[in-house]
Structure formats: structure tokens, C-alpha cells
Design a protein around this ligand. Structure first.
Ligand code: FES
Length: 191
């Protein structure tokens, strides 16, 4: 009997993990929709525009933005069927339908898929971090021309006098220091 309980428990867990959207309902004083948005790597996504729409909403659609933890929340919602739309530049739009009963909070946990179309990536930081980020973006089909980074670590005087930042005829302090990764690869083929 105990073994059977384990099997049922594991099956439920497997279904929850396999679902692209995990929706749970909890009884509370007031109905609402809340959740958390992450990227494909599991990193939290702040700044995601979250819109809920429903014929049950008397005041029309409501919009919120995910906070620093990728979380959002709508409270005091009437019961009904809600369309939830998530939007962030550089990511595919994601939509979900949620049925909300009176006194329930629907919790949505989802990952948004990166979409480099009409987007740019600007990377600034230690060289090892820049290299790691560029590698990750390449795996997500970002093109070298869409990725911008800086070579300011090659600079010294910063005014075109010392010559330290000269790379094959390019002066980083004069011509940059921000370049596309396509340009950096031409200047520094071993990057
Ligand atoms: S930093 Fe000195 S010439 Fe560019």
C-alpha cells in the first residue's frame, strides 16, 4: 500500500514537471492570478509585461510588470476565464488561459523562450563573463551582428595619444569602445 502511494506521488510530480505551465489553485480570501517568469536557463526575468484579459473584468484588461524576482500578481479578480499574455523584447510572446473560481489564486510558473528577432544584446563586464554570455547567446541563435560588447579594457589614455588601444588600424578609444561581436572577431580572431 505504501509502495502504491509512492508510485502515485511520483506520477503526479512527473506530470507537474513536464507541464510547460504549472497552474495550482489555492483557497484564499480573494481571487487572483500570480506567478513567476524565468528564461530557458531558469534565470528570473524582470520587466516582463503581463496582461490579463477576461469578459469578467469590468474595467478592461489589466497589465503588470514582473519585479526583480520575475514575480507578478493580480488581486481581487472576479471569477471567470482569463487570457494571460507575457511579453518581453527578445522573447517569444507567451499566452495562457486560466480559469479562476471565486476565492482561488491561480499560480503560474513559466519559462519564456528567447527570440533574437528585432533585438540586440549589449554585454558589459569582465572578459570571462562577456565570453560566457556570447557563447550562451550563440547557442540561442543570436547573430554576431546583434551582439554588442566593449573593448575598453584595451584603453589607457582614452584620447588617441598613447597608441595602446590600436588593433590592426582601429583605435578602440576613438572608433569604439563599443563594437559588434562581428567586428571584435575581425580585430581579435582568437576571441
Ligand atoms: S587609449 Fe591611448 S590611443 Fe587609445
Amino acid at each position: 500500500m505504501q509502495m502504491r502511494s509512492w508510485i502515485v506521488g511520483l506520477t503526479v510530480l512527473a506530470v507537474a514537471l513536464a507541464a510547460p505551465w504549472a497552474v495550482q489553485a489555492q483557497t484564499t480570501d480573494r481571487s487572483g492570478v500570480e506567478g513567476k517568469v524565468v528564461d530557458q536557463g531558469g534565470g528570473v526575468l524582470p520587466g516582463v509585461s503581463v496582461t490579463i484579459a477576461s469578459p469578467a473584468l469590468l474595467g478592461g484588461d489589466r497589465t503588470s510588470v514582473t519585479d526583480a524576482e520575475g514575480a507578478f500578481r493580480f488581486t481581487a479578480l472576479p471569477a471567470g476565464v482569463y487570457q494571460v499574455t507575457l511579453e518581453l523584447t527578445g522573447f517569444d510572446v507567451k499566452k495562457r488561459e486560466v480559469r479562476l473560481d471565486t476565492g482561488f489564486v491561480a499560480t503560474i510558473v513559466t519559462a519564456m523562450k528567447c527570440n533574437p528577432e528585432n533585438a540586440l544584446a549589449v554585454i558589459c563586464g569582465p572578459p570571462i563573463m562577456i565570453k560566457t554570455c556570447i557563447g550562451s547567446l550563440a547557442k540561442l541563435d543570436w547573430k554576431d551582428e546583434q551582439i554588442y560588447t566593449t573593448l575598453e579594457n584595451k584603453m589607457k589614455c582614452g584620447i588617441g595619444k598613447c597608441g595602446r588601444c590600436n588593433i590592426g588600424g582601429v583605435y578602440v578609444c576613438v572608433d569604439g569602445p563599443v563594437f559588434t561581436y562581428a567586428q571584435v572577431k575581425k580585430m581579435l580572431p582568437d576571441q
